[in-house]
Design a protein around this ligand. Structure first.
Ligand code: CTP
Ligand code: MG
Length: 235
C-alpha cells in the first residue's frame, strides 16, 4: 500500500526559546526537520511526505527537507494547534495513500527501523500502531491548590509514554480527525496525539516498542542529549 507521512514542524518552540522555530534549530549543523525527514526516507517504506511549517517559514522548511530526502515533498502552513496542523497535512496527502504516518520534527532521531515496524504493524491489518516506552518516574494526578496537592498516584506498571511516528490506516485517521475537529469546536480539552483521536472513536490502538532515540526535543537540554545519542550511534 502507498504510505504517506505528515511531518509536523509548524510549532514555534516556545519552551525551547530559540529565535527561530524549533524544527529549524540545528543539530550537528542540520535542522531537526531534516534529520527527521532523512530517517523517514531511509526507511524505504515511505512514498510521499507533507510537512507542516510555521507561517513565514515555508521556504526554509522546504529547503531543509528537500536537502535531506528525495521523496515527493509538499509544504503546508500549520494551524493554531498541532491537531489542526496534522489535519491540514492529511488533507494534502494524495488520495492513493492507504497508510498514514504522523511524525514530529521534534523527534529528529526516531529510527528508520522504528518507521518500518510501525508501517508493518498497520500492513498486518490493524488500524493504528504507536511506539511506547515504560515510564520511569512515578506519575501523580494533581488536585487543587497552588502549588497543587497530589490527588492520586497512578499505577506505574500500567502506564506508557508514547512517541511518534504513529501509524494509521488512512481512512481511520481521516475519520478520527473529522470527529476530533467537530469536538474541538465545542470542547476546551485538546488531545495531544493522533492516537487519542482514534481511541475516542472506540477503536483499538496497538502499542509497539518505542526507542530512546525517538526522544522529543523540548528544551536545549534535550538537544544536548540528542547530540550524545548521535555520537553513540554514528560514532
Ligand atoms: N506543531 C505543529 N503545529 C502546531 C504546534 C506544533 O505542527 N500548531 C508541531 C511542532 O512543530 C512539533 C510537534 O508538533 O514538531 C510537537 O509539538 P511541540 O513539541 O509542542 O513543539 P512546539 O509546539 O513547537 O513547542 P512549544 O510547545 O514549546 O511551543
Ligand atoms: Mg507545543
Amino acid at each position: 500500500p502507498r504510505v504517506g507521512v505528515v511531518l509536523t514542524a509548524a510549532g514555534s518552540g516556545q519552551r525551547f526559546g530559540a529565535d527561530l522555530p524549533k524544527a529549524l534549530v540545528l543539530l550537528r549543523g542540520r535542522p531537526l526537520v531534516a534529520h527527521a525527514a532523512s530517517r523517514l526516507a531511509a526507511s524505504g517504506v515511505v512514498d510521499e511526505i507533507v510537512v507542516t511549517a510555521p507561517a513565514g517559514f515555508l521556504e526554509h522548511v522546504h529547503a531543509a527537507v528537500t536537502s535531506a530526502c528525495d521523496l515527493p515533498v509538499r509544504i503546508v502552513a500549520g494551524g493554531v494547534s498541532r491537531q489542526a496542523s496534522v489535519a491540514a497535512g492529511i488533507a494534502t496527502l494524495t488520495s492513493a495513500v492507504e497508510v498514514i504516518l504522523v511524525h514530529d520534527a521534534a523527534r529528529p532521531l526516531a529510527s528508520a527501523a522504528l518507521v518500518r515496524r510501525l508501517v508493518a504493524a498497520v500492513q498486518s491489518g490493524i488500524d493504528a500502531a504507536i511506539p511506547s516506552v515504560p515510564v520511569v518516574d512515578t506519575v501523580k494526578e494533581i488536585g487543587p491548590g497552588d502549588p497543587p496537592v497530589a490527588a492520586r498516584t497512578l499505577e506505574r506498571s500500567q502506564l506508557r509514554a508514547v512517541q511518534t511516528p504513529q501509524a494509521f490506516r488512512a481512512a481511520v485517521l481521516r475519520r478520527a480527525h473529522e470527529a476530533g475537529a467537530a469536538r474541538a469546536r465545542d470542547e476546551v480539552t485538546a488531545v495531544s496525539d493522533d492516537a487519542g483521536l482514534v481511541e475516542a472513536l472506540g477503536l483499538p490502538v496497538h502499542l509497539v516498542d518505542g526507542e530512546a532515540a525517538a526522544l522529543k526535543i523540548t528544551t536545549p537540554h534535550d538537544l544536548a542529549i540528542a547530540d550524545i545519542l548521535l555520537s553513540e550511534s554514528d560514532g
